[in-house]
Write a protein of this length. Structure first.
Length: 164
């Protein structure tokens, strides 16, 4: 009995699929409404958009302010062509504890020397070798969408001014 119900269900589903595939829906351009701007600009979905130029990476030596506690710092230089894999981590050629005095780069965080149990290690933890999983470069581009982000310090200042 159970197999018969399953067989009937499959047959009904196939029949519905056949009916839907045979029916055609005509969409007229007047029904579509006005075009809506999105990240593709005003290019319709059925047309190929002209891709934007590849942006330049910011190349500065200044450290950016962080927006929240424990935010990974951004990378202030290009990393095109850097080898970052389980065997080689080119970031450590400047940011390793033994290289910071000659490179002038900041040392990687002490948290990168901890294993998953919170124990400190003598070398960088194996789970911390893929730097650009958390750290990203910054490109010189205009924002694609509006942003009303307010950092915690600004929020606290607003709250304190309201309280006084």
């Amino acid at each position: 009995m159970k197999n018969l119900v399953s067989l009937r269900f499959i047959a009904a589903a196939l029949l519905c699929g056949l009916v839907l595939s045979l029916s055609t829906v005509e969409v007229r351009s007047q029904d579509a409404g006005p075009p809506i701007a999105n990240l593709r600009g005003m290019t319709p979905l059925d047309q190929e958009a002209t891709p934007p130029r590849i942006p330049q990476t910011e190349e500065t030596d200044r450290r950016r302010a962080r927006n929240y506690p424990e935010q990974p710092p951004t990378i202030p230089h290009r990393i095109d062509g850097y080898q970052l894999d389980a065997n080689v981590n080119q970031c450590l050629s400047c940011h390793a504890r033994s290289r910071v005095s000659e490179s002038g780069a900041p040392m990687i965080s002490i948290t990168h020397f901890m294993d998953r149990d919170g124990q400190f290690l003598a070398t960088v933890s194996a789970r911390r070798y893929f730097c650009n999983q958390c750290h990203v470069t910054q490109d010189r581009v205009a924002p694609m969408v509006g942003n009303s982000f307010v950092d915690i310090d600004s929020l606290l200042a607003i709250e304190n001014s309201k309280a006084n």
